[in-house]
Design a binder for this molecule. Structure first.
Ligand code: 13P
Ligand code: SF4
Length: 473
């Protein structure tokens, strides 16, 4: 039945020369409503779609919509395109070469349709992105750099030039001369790259809505409010140095830069906090209270010298700040907060041979019980360099954990949590999103450019450059 259509998607005969050139190169697992919906790919005669215009906005990927949109694609890419003899793209059993060329229109039609049906096609997406990435690399060469954070989907990480933790990716971005940096991660990461970008460089993010729970927990006005409260009991400009975790927006980084402070990442928090304490008697650490407290414990700062500021319930006991050495913002990562001390105890009971390694965004009670703590890259390095037969319970985002397990069969790796947590923001970026950005570049269109106004960029850059300088010594 597959590919037996002799009708064009507009119901016109294909005519001679329009025989479908199918080649199955991938398979999806069967999904709901067996045989109900299909996608085929083929080459149609030149000019077949001439005169048709793009028609957007439909929630349903109707055949005629696909065809009309394909006309635009065909002119900019190739005559290979998707033929849909179906109403939806939610069910494709076979993937046919050439589909990748149609990618630029995919998000507009396929995604809503697929989401509406609640089905996905990982195999299709992987093939799609592989072909478009190869095409983009051929056409753009060194002008293109693709970066991916470790929490990104496998298909995205495989497509990237580099994968890394936040610090490594910031360094890569800062050192790069590429014209286009496509940042597959969450928004603050791409924004960091945009702040560090050289003249003429453009940073593009496949999903502009990829936020971060920590970055959302703080904003510039509430940071100003805290500074004002502090000024009731001290001169904060003299006494307090702010340190911002990179998981913040550029305006928060700009505030920190203006006040003489620096940014840090999970792998540089200890070094940056030491630097900060060497400059002023008190440190304001935002927004991750757990990273701040875990790092303070490593530095030997006693509990009674640490206070937490909750912007939702401003504490009226301002004198407390005068006694504090470290002021923490009450932010947490909703992913890492899911690991509990009970998880560590359970693993110790059930798998006494396992070592526990966690990210420093985890609760201090979890970090205290763990054997190792460190950034995403530290976790990967520690596990991959451990002797064969080692067993690891890992307390960080699940995509990293399952990839680590898959790529290192000589060690045993599993999540510390019984129900492993995913970062829903990191998961937003699908191959089709990366493909849309690259497809745009191939057709001369820069999509989803991350821009930071100069009055924010300059002070934000100061705070980031300080971090890079402090951590390069
Ligand atoms: P890393 O810098 O360790 O990669 O952490 C980034 C992050 O967002 C962790 O949740
Ligand atoms: Fe932000 Fe947490 Fe996701 Fe990291 S895991 S990007 S801190 S929400």
């Amino acid at each position: 039945m597959w590919g037996e259509t002799d009708k064009g998607v507009l119901g016109q005969p294909l005519g001679a020369g329009a025989a479908l050139e199918e080649e199955a190169v991938g398979k999806c697992p069967p999904q709901r409503e067996e045989g109900a919906e299909r996608v085929t790919v083929g080459k149609f005669p030149e000019g077949y779609f001439e005169g048709l215009t793009r028609e957007g906005g439909s929630r349903e990927a109707k055949p005629d919509h696909l065809a009309r949109d394909s006309s635009r694609t065909i002119t900019s890419f190739s005559r290979s395109f998707v033929v849909a003899n179906t109403s939806y793209l939610g069910h494709c059993h076979r993937i046919v070469k050439g589909f990748a060329m149609c990618l630029p229109w995919v998000p507009g039609y396929v995604r809503p349709a697929v989401r509406a049906r609640g089905v996905k096609c990982e195999a299709m997406e992987r093939i799609v992105v592989t072909d478009v990435v190869a095409e983009a690399r051929r056409a753009l060469g060194e002008r293109l750099l693709i970066l991916a954070h470790h929490y990104q989907r496998d298909e995205i990480v495989e497509a990237a030039d580099y994968r890394g933790d936040s610090l490594e990716l910031s360094r890569r971005a800062a050192a790069s001369d590429a014209r286009w940096i496509v940042f597959c991660g969450v928004h603050f990461m791409a924004e960091t790259a945009a702040v560090l970008a050289k003249e003429g460089q453009r940073v593009l993010i496949p999903r502009e809505d990829a936020g971060c729970f920590l970055a959302h927990s703080i904003d510039y006005p509430s940071l100003m409010e805290l500074w004002r409260v502090l000024s009731d009991v001290m001169d904060p400009d003299e006494e307090v140095i702010p340190v911002a975790y990179v998981n913040t927006t550029a305006d928060v980084k700009a505030f920190v830069g203006e006040k003489g402070g620096a940014c840090c990442t999970s792998s540089s928090a200890e070094t940056v906090l030491r630097w900060a304490f060497s400059r002023r008697p008190r440190v304001l650490f935002v927004p991750d209270q757990y990273l701040g407290r875990n790092t303070a414990r490593r530095l030997g700062i006693p509990e009674e010298e640490i206070v937490v500021w909750d912007p939702r319930f401003p504490d009226l006991d301002r004198e407390r700040f005068a006694r504090a050495r470290l002021i923490l913002w009450r932010g947490t990562c909703n992913v890492h907060v899911r690991f509990l001390p009970e998880d560590v105890r359970r693993v110790r009971r059930e798998r006494p041979e396992a070592k526990v390694i966690v990210h420093p965004e985890c609760r201090p009670e979890v970090v205290e019980l763990a054997d190792e703590v460190g950034s995403t890259s530290y976790i990967i390095k520690t596990v991959t360099t451990s002797p064969p037969g080692s067993v690891w319970a890992v307390g960080t985002e699940e995509r990293l954990v399952s990839r680590l397990a898959k790529e290192n069969p000589e060690v045993e790796v599993f999540s510390l949590a019984e129900v492993p947590p995913f970062c829903s923001y990191m998961s937003l970026t699908r191959p089709e999103d990366l493909g849309a950005i690259l497809g745009g570049l191939l057709s001369g269109e820069e999509r989803n450019v991350v821009e930071v106004p100069p009055e924010i960029r300059e002070p934000a850059r100061l705070s980031l450059e300080r971090m890079l300088e402090i951590t390069s010594k």
